[in-house]
Design a protein around this ligand. Structure first.
Ligand code: AKB
Length: 326
C-alpha cells in the first residue's frame, strides 16, 4: 500500500482512466498527494480537486522537473496513444508510447521513484494467438503499432524490475466502459459510444460487425484492478507488468440486445470500418487466472450489471442537463 506521505504522479490524467483514477487516488491518499498531469487541458473537476501540471511525457526534462519538484515516489503512467489513432499516426504512437514510457522509467530509476504502474492492453495479442480464453503466457505478435508498443513496453518494464529492482506493475486491459470521460482513439470505443447514442438518439451505427466479440471491463473494476495490483505483496508476484485481466466478453450485437432490454425502441446498424481489422486481430476472451492467483483479482460487474449501471448514470446525467457527447 502506498504510504500516506508519498507523492503520486498520474500522467494522462485527463483521459478516460485518468479522469476517474485521480479522484479515486485523491480519496485514498489526500488531494494534495496526487499530482494530475496531461498535455491536454484538465476538466474543472480535475483542476479544482488538487494539483494539476501540464506534462508532455515525450520530454524527459519536464518529467524530471516534476518528479524532483514534488518528490514523486509513485507514478501511474497512463499517457498513451490507443489502437485506432495509432494506425493513423504510427510515428506518434511510437514516440508517446515507447519514448514516453522510457522517459518515465529512466526518471524513476534516476530520481528514486519507488513504484510505477503502466497499463498494457489486449492489443499485445495478434492473429497467431489463441483467440478464446487467451492464456497469460502465449504468442505476442501484434499487427498494430499500438500492440507493438505495448509488447515492447511490457518487456521494458520487466527489464527495469530485473535490472534495477524498480517496482513496475501493469495489467493488459480489455476495452474499458465508463461514463465520466469518453475514450479517445481506441477500437473498443464503440462499447461506450453505443450507450450515449442509445440515450440521446435511440440509434447507433456501429463501426464493428455485430458478431465481433471482445473482452471488456467496467470502469469501477478497472480502478479496483489498478489499486489492488499496486497494493499487492511484491514477493507474491511472478508476473509484473503484463497481467491479463478481464470481466466479461460480448459481441456488439449482444451489447445492443442488453441495452434494448432497457430501451426497447433502440436500433443499431453496422458499418464496419478500418477498426474491424484491428478487432479481428484481438482475442474474444482472455484467461486472467494468473491475476486471480497472484494478487486476488476478481471483477464485480458482468454485462447485465454494467449495462444497467451505465444507463442509470447516463440517464441521470441527461436529466440534470450534464450529459456531454460530441
Ligand atoms: C483500444 O481499443 O485501443 C484500447 C485497448 C483495448 O487497449 N481500448
Amino acid at each position: 500500500m502506498t504510504p500516506e506521505t508519498e507523492t503520486i504522479l498520474v500522467t494522462g490524467a485527463s483521459g478516460q482512466i485518468g479522469s476517474e483514477l485521480v479522484p479515486a487516488l485523491r480519496k485514498l491518499y489526500g488531494n494534495d498527494k496526487v499530482i494530475a498531469s496531461d498535455v491536454a487541458r484538465p476538466s474543472p473537476a480535475l483542476e479544482n480537486s488538487g494539483p494539476f501540471e501540464k506534462l508532455d511525457v515525450t520530454s524527459r526534462q519536464e518529467i524530471g522537473q516534476l518528479v524532483q519538484r514534488y518528490r514523486v515516489k509513485v507514478i501511474y503512467h497512463l499517457a498513451a496513444i490507443l489502437s485506432a489513432t495509432g494506425e493513423k499516426f504510427p510515428q506518434k504512437a511510437w514516440e508517446v508510447n515507447i519514448n514516453g514510457l522510457y522517459n518515465i522509467l529512466e526518471a524513476s530509476r534516476e530520481l528514486g521513484v519507488r513504484q510505477v504502474f503502466c497499463p498494457s492492453s489486449i492489443a499485445v495479442f495478434g492473429p497467431a494467438t489463441p483467440r478464446v480464453n487467451t492464456p497469460q503466457d502465449t504468442v505476442l505478435s501484434p499487427t498494430t503499432i499500438y500492440g507493438v508498443t505495448k509488447v515492447a513496453g511490457e518487456h521494458l518494464c520487466d527489464y527495469y524490475v530485473r535490472k534495477y529492482n524498480l517496482d513496475v506493475r501493469g495489467c493488459r486491459f480489455p476495452g474499458i466502459i465508463s461514463n465520466e470521460t469518453l475514450p479517445g482513439g481506441g477500437t473498443t470505443d464503440y462499447a461506450v459510444a453505443i450507450f450515449y447514442e442509445a440515450i440521446i438518439n435511440r440509434r447507433y451505427t456501429c463501426f464493428l460487425k455485430p458478431e465481433t466479440r471482445l473482452p471488456m471491463m467496467y470502469m469501477p473494476d478497472c480502478l479496483k484492478s489498478i489499486i489492488e495490483l499496486m497494493a499487492a505483496d511484491f514477493s507474491r508476484l511472478k508476473h509484473h507488468s503484463n497481467f491479463n485481466v478481464t470481466a466479461m466478453s460480448f459481441s456488439a450485437a449482444e451489447l445492443a440486445a442488453e441495452i434494448k432490454k432497457h430501451l426497447p425502441d433502440f436500433e443499431v446498424d453496422y458499418r464496419p470500418d478500418f477498426r474491424q481489422a484491428i478487432a479481428d486481430s484481438w482475442p474474444e476472451s482472455i484467461d486472467d487466472s494468473a491475476a486471480r492467483e497472484e494478487w486476488g483479482w476478481k471483477p464485480d460487474y458482468d454485462l447485465a450489471a454494467m449495462t444497467a449501471d451505465m444507463l442509470r448514470v447516463l440517464v441521470e446525467k441527461q436529466r440534470q442537463g450534464r450529459l456531454e457527447y460530441p
